[in-house]
Design a protein around this ligand. Structure first.
Ligand SMILES: Cc1cc2nc3c(=O)[nH]c(=O)nc-3n(C[C@H](O)[C@H](O)[C@H](O)COP(=O)(O)OP(=O)(O)OC[C@H]3O[C@@H](n4cnc5c(N)ncnc54)[C@H](O)[C@@H]3O)c2cc1C
Length: 393
């Protein structure tokens, strides 16, 4: 390194992935102060407020479980007039309040004397040097042995995107069934893959989202029109109070970023624009929790390992090669047969036992789960897709 490092680790972005990683580093530092990693998190936000709703099937505890405000043991998928209700007591679908998540993460960092969160400071440039990284920011510049980069990146061209708008609404009459999440309600009207998602917090309070998988993002009025039509046709609603709005775009590349092929050994891209998100589902939160834990364990297991001698060193991929490959085949199928998406999702949720499917969707599948999923799908079409993927890989 041209300049001696100021930090062992710098994390660019104090969002969901960056704060999860910082939280685990702070906990490890507290447990092993002699081996602590001096860590800096750079985040342009001046302060945090609730900005997102993170849901996932909970299979293990995380340090942020206090931020879970709701959980459901039932969810449904509807297509072509049929509804399949699925159930799991062991793996409930949970909702994390992002405001509470940010509070928990900040608390752990505040009591740490080796992890610092600098708010109101964006990274502006980064240069990989011989054995470290120089980071320029709006405040002080610094050098780090290792950088985890969770900043948003421009969306790649010509790939499928999961894009959605959600309204958290309150009504004057009981309209929602709080026992069951509507996970995917395909209404069969759009040209692309389109479904609605309803998180019912109470009979009068829900988050209702319109979600598309397509390559083109429409104007905001289109989403608003879809939500109004759905609220009227599905729940008979003409009036409601909107408490909160959220919106997102999640890339669904066939070829997801591969940490092993990253440009610089000392710069590890993580988060929604790297390999953390599962591209076929758009779920990122549970994978970020698992990846951060494994990543920090790896850092503490071999803190002095030289990244130049071991190219894999200190970068823990979010999912196995098999899971990456299954995602690629599935996304390839959706790209080529968007008209069959509703039928395919309905088949999966109605033919595969709930626990097996949840493990599969969470990258925790056992071999028998993979077989159950494979046999639920139209074999001929998926074998052709698999062959195409092998040929183009
Ligand atoms: C509305 C919405 C709902 C979602 N719901 C779910 C869900 O239910 N379940 C699920 O699993 N996933 C969900 N996701 C996907 C994913 O979990 C979230 O997007 C999550 O926030 C991704 O974490 P991240 O750390 O990659 O990005 P972020 O949390 O966005 O963090 C990136 C950080 O980088 C910071 N930054 C930007 N520029 C710079 C810079 N120059 N220097 C330093 N920092 C910078 C940003 O301020 C931000 O804090 C949702 C996404 C959205 C948008």
């Amino acid at each position: 390194m041209n300049q001696s490092p100021d930090f062992d680790v710098v994390i660019l972005g104090g969002g969901m992935t960056g704060l999860t990683l910082a939280h685990h580093i702070a906990q490890h530092n507290a447990a092993q102060p002699a081996r602590g990693l001096k860590t800096l998190v750079l985040e342009p936000r001046e302060s945090y407020r609730r900005d997102k709703t993170w849901c996932y099937w909970r299979q293990a505890s995380t340090p942020f479980d206090e931020a879970i405000t709701h959980q459901w043991s039932q969810w449904s998928v509807s297509f072509n007039g049929e509804t399949q209700v699925c159930r799991s007591e062991h793996m409930p679908y949970v909702r994390v309040d992002s405001g509470r998540f940010y509070d928990i993460a900040q608390r752990e960092i505040e009591v740490s004397d080796s992890v610092t969160l600098r708010l109101g400071e964006a990274a502006t440039a980064m240069t990989a040097q011989h054995a470290g990284v120089a980071i320029t920011s709006e405040g002080e510049s610094c050098c780090a042995k290792k950088v985890f980069d969770t900043r948003p990146k421009p969306l790649p061209k010509d790939i499928l995107l999961q894009h959605f708008v959600g309204w958290e609404i309150e009504t004057d009459s009981d309209v929602f069934d709080p026992s069951t999440v509507i996970l995917m309600d395909f209404v069969n009207t759009a040209q692309d893959i389109h479904f609605f998602y309803v998180l019912p917090f109470s009979p009068r309070h829900a988050l209702v989202e319109t979600t598309h998988f397509s390559k083109v993002i429409p104007a905001d009025e289109i989403y608003a029109g879809e939500l109004e039509t759905y609220l009227a046709s599905r729940f008979g609603l003409r009036e409601w109070r909107t408490l909160h709005r959220e919106q997102g775009v999640i890339p669904m590349p066939r070829k997801a970023p591969d940490l092993a092929a990253r440009a610089h050994r000392q710069i590890v891209p993580l988060g929604l624009h790297s390999d953390t998100v599962k591209p076929s589902t758009g779920y990122c939160y549970p994978h970020a929790q698992q990846q951060a834990l494994a990543q920090v364990r790896a850092l503490f297991a071999r803190p002095d390992a030289n990244p130049n001698t071991n190219p894999q060193d200190h970068a823990v991929a979010a999912r196995s090669r098999l899971n990456r490959w299954l995602d690629a085949v599935f996304i390839g199928f959706l790209e080529e047969h968007p008209e069959r998406a509703g039928e395919i999702f309905y088949r999966l949720f109605s033919r595969v036992p709930s626990n097996a499917l949840v493990r599969f969707l969470s990258d925790q599948a056992r071999p028998t789960d993979v077989i159950r999923v494979m046999t639920a799908l139209p074999m001929g079409a998926f074998i052709r897709q698999t062959f195409r993927h092998v040929v183009s890989a």
